[in-house]
Design a protein around this ligand. Structure first.
Ligand code: AMP
Ligand code: ZN
Ligand code: FE
Ligand code: FE
Length: 288
């Protein structure tokens, strides 16, 4: 059996492994296909693509866009997050570049507000420390969490989210978000397939609610569902596979590897290589 991993982060966003090293690690763990899906950026795609070519691993240029989970009043998850993966996107597409720029600006406005909130809570942290932690990467809350951990304010990254920076926690600050329809449209205009990432994170507990929600995304053009993911239990995977079948959606899967910041292994979801092949075939056919 050969495997793939179609949801992976690098140092270009909030992972700790550079794009080239991800390809090498994929080789080491025996993956036959890899997608790089950094948050709101495709900046690592070309480096990872080159390394995968050298190592004879099939590569999928990807991105993970954060979108507004509120689709309408009747499809409002209230507390969840909505992430849409773009697979097989063209990273040079001007529309996609433009959205990436907008999303980076939204982060640049939000991040200092998180720091201010932390300062008001008596946590001594400054934005420069967070920027240093992020290096060249798109700055995200995991970088803030890492600084809090390094300075001994929290016991773990998870602890940082639950005590300080997770949704609803004391120092949380929202960022402006893209409409789901826009996220799907820009992925399509960049030639990609749009896939709902980790449906559990929507926190729609009723199966009927989730079906209604995903059906709405499908009306907006959604192509698929991520059924295997490190946050999904076996029962979730089964539920999402059935839902995909019911709504005639493609399925995908990945680990959501972030390097050393999360206890997740590259390739750990054991997604069969055939999942990649099906996506690739459909994508080729769509492109005509
Ligand atoms: P941001 O895009 O900057 O808002 O940060 C989102 C990132 O934070 C994603 O990579 C999530 O995986 C991570 N994240 C969100 N909630 C948690 C949590 N409770 N524990 C650990 N990581 C989290
Ligand atoms: Zn992340
Ligand atoms: Fe995500
Ligand atoms: Fe992710």
């Amino acid at each position: 059996m050969t495997y793939c991993d179609l949801h992976v982060h690098s140092t270009v966003s909030d992972g700790t492994t550079p794009p080239r090293e991800l390809a090498m690690l994929a080789k080491t763990v025996g993956l036959s296909a890899l997608a790089l899906t950094d948050h709101d950026t495709t900046a690592g795609v070309s480096e990872c693509a080159d390394a995968c070519r050298e190592l004879k691993i099939r590569f999928v240029p990807g991105v993970e866009l954060s979108a507004d989970p509120i689709l309408s009043q009747s499809a409002d998850p209230r507390r969840g997050t909505l992430h849409i993966l773009g697979l097989f996107v063209d990273p040079t597409n001007p529309g996609l570049q433009n959205i990436e720029q907008t999303l980076r600006l939204a982060r640049e406005q939000r991040n200092p507000r998180i720091i201010e909130n932390l300062n008001q809570l008596g946590v001594r942290i400054d934005y420069q420390e967070v920027l240093a932690e992020a290096g060249d990467g798109v700055v995200g809350r995991p970088h803030v969490a890492q600084v809090l951990l390094n300075k001994g304010y929290v016991k773990s990254i998870k602890d940082a989210f639950s005590r300080y920076i997770g949704e609803g926690a004391a120092a949380y600050a929202r960022k402006d978000r893209l409409a789901a329809s826009e996220a799907i449209a820009v992925i399509h205009s960049a030639g990609g397939l749009a896939v709902l990432a980790h449906p559990v994170q929507l926190r729609l507990n009723e199966a009927a609610e989730l079906t209604h929600y995903v059906a709405k995304l499908k009306e907006m053009g959604l192509d698929g569902l991520e059924t295997r993911h490190s946050d999904h239990r076996a029962a979730d995977v089964e539920q999402f596979e059935r839902l995909a079948q019911q709504l005639d959606l493609l399925t995908t899967g990945g680990s959501d590897y972030h390097g050393s910041r999360k206890r997740i292994e590259l390739g750990g979801q054991r997604v069969p290589y055939s999942v990649y092949e099906t996506l690739y075939t459909v994508w080729r056919r769509k492109r005509g």
